[in-house]
Design a protein. Structure first.
Length: 186
């Protein structure tokens, strides 16, 4: 598919609004693609979003449950977290899987790259499939109060279809693995 390569947005100025160890928020004064002045806010993430779908030999996977402050509700997700920029994302995936579930995997496959909410953020997400699982002790961070459930993959897929799993990393990884299973590419 062909698409324009020239940026139709013109930046007049940029002002940092907020900065912490995880994100930076910048407000831009712009000329939009139709030639009118406006503002645009951008959230820059200082980490890569990492998601892991662990799958054992019996076609079970693991969901991690936790109360999400931003949503003010409980959320069931795949193991996920942030990987610092400049560090191999696979190493971050291995760390997150062990931290949240106590699992280590012998086989790793990158299954998807995505940009999350690309109208306001530049956040990159990388999803992995982890197989050849071995159980060790979980090492959650102090901010995490997690429940881990081992469930049949088909049940987790139905949870996505029924709207019971809404986390975008989990939804994308589960749907991608289901597609891979249907296409016999797993």
């Amino acid at each position: 598919m062909e698409h324009p390569v020239e940026n139709p947005w013109k930046t007049l100025s940029a002002k940092e609004i907020y900065n912490n160890p995880w994100i930076n928020v910048t407000e831009y004064q712009v000329i939009n693609p139709s030639g009118n002045p406006g503002i645009y806010g951008k959230v820059h993430y200082k980490n890569i979003a990492i998601g892991i779908l662990p799958l054992d030999e019996e076609m079970n996977t693991y969901l991690v449950g936790q109360y999400r402050f931003t949503l003010n509700q409980y959320s069931w997700e795949i193991p996920e977290g942030g990987g610092p920029l400049g560090i191999d994302p696979l190493e971050s995936a291995k760390r997150e899987l062990l931290e949240e579930t106590g699992l280590k995997a012998n086989e790793w496959t990158e299954i998807q790259r995505m940009h999350l909410s690309n109208s306001i953020t530049d956040e990159l997400c990388i999803l992995y499939l982890a197989k050849g699982l071995q159980q060790f002790e979980a090492e959650p961070e102090e901010t995490e109060q997690l429940i881990v459930n081992k469930l049949p993959f088909d049940e987790v897929y139905r949870m996505v279809c029924d709207g019971l799993i809404t986390d975008c990393l989990a939804v994308a990884a589960i749907l991608k693995v289901k597609l891979m299973l249907l296409e016999n590419t797993l």
